[in-house]
Design a protein around this ligand. Structure first.
Ligand code: SF4
Length: 133
């Protein structure tokens, strides 16, 4: 848990290593969690320091901080995640299965993360996506 929070605060981007493990460090959920956590830290810090330091006229710095430290890194993380998950979809059986949830690198049926090395059903419950209505 501590490592996960440190990953989020370091704006770590998705890497190919996440395709090999069933505990990926970046998913859509972790990107959203990162936005909430980083925004909370910046907004709390602004409440704590703006009034005591008499720097109200520099309120726009907070907007730049939110853009540069929260939204832009989150956007980069999300782009990088989507690129990686596309590769994973192309390389694994789960990528063509209707039970695969690409937003979380998860199998909805087994409620587990999937990876190149871990297909929870071992192919037994695979159902093609194109039969979904
Ligand atoms: S049912 Fe099997 S093939 Fe389909 S997503 Fe889950 S683990 Fe992958």
């Amino acid at each position: 848990m501590i490592n996960k929070i440190i990953d989020i605060l370091q704006f770590r981007e998705s890497s190919e290593a996440d395709n090999e493990t069933d505990q990926p460090s970046v998913t859509t959920g972790s990107v959203v969690w990162g936005v909430i956590l980083r925004s909370a830290i910046i907004i709390t810090a602004s409440f704590l320091f703006v009034n005591p330091l008499y720097i109200r006229q520099y309120w726009w710095i907070i907007l730049f901080a939110l853009w540069g430290l929260v939204f832009y890194p989150a956007y980069r993380q999300y782009q990088s995640y989507n690129k990686r998950i596309k590769t994973l979809e192309d390389e694994t059986l789960c990528g063509s299965c209707k039970h695969f949830d690409s937003t979380g690198q998860m199998c909805r049926l087994y409620d587990q993360h999937i990876s190149r090395n871990h297909i929870p059903c071992e192919g037994l419950d695979w159902e093609p996506k194109n039969f979904e209505l």
